[in-house]
Design a protein around this ligand. Sequence first.
Ligand SMILES: [Zn+2]
Ligand SMILES: [Zn+2]
Length: 226
Amino acid sequence: MQMQQVEIPMITISKEDYLKAIAEAEAEGNPVISATLAHWLAVTRPAVTAAVKRLTKDGMVVVKNDGQIQLTSRGRQVAERTIFRHHLIERMLAEIFGMPWYEVHEEAERLEHAVSPAFEKKLVEKLGDKDTCPHGNSLALRSPAERRKKGLRLLSEAEAGVPYRIASLYERDRKLLDFFEREGIRPGTRLTVQTRNYDGTVSLVVEGKNIRLGVPAAEKIWVMKS
Ligand SMILES: [Zn+2]
Ligand SMILES: [Zn+2]
């Protein structure tokens, strides 16, 4: 029997999503105010206000006088747990089920909330403790500053004529990932910047193929000298 495909309404944004978004936005060096979260989670400002009120009552966040939202140690624990589970689910989908790297993020966004401590333990046993997810993003290196310290740089800042390897890609934009995949841009891909063009684009040779990338896309890719 074949299941009929029906459109299922989007799952509501959970408290865990808010806490994770705060931790991630913080790691990227953004001051976290309600507008940051509204943008990050694609929800309305009143929705953020209501959620932050609940999280404050639960002792998960504090809101400073200037509007900055900060995690309490309990809030941070939940955020870190959710980030870790997201990472495990992405790896499970890619490494065990062979799901393509550009598809695993959204699936993990849904499944991460359903992982029990016992299942998490099983996943760790099965997958081992590799630090990078299928997008090349590392649990240890979250902020741009930490990445730069390890020798990574954004493709938009890469030197011309030097061979690089893609270390990681921004994973929260599915359309962008589909585009990257079509162009052969994925973790591990080798490339060289040929020229930086007057219109702001960069001309690249990606595995022998010439392509041009605009700055908004080039800023979503971390590379390493290879
Ligand atoms: Zn992800
Ligand atoms: Zn990932």
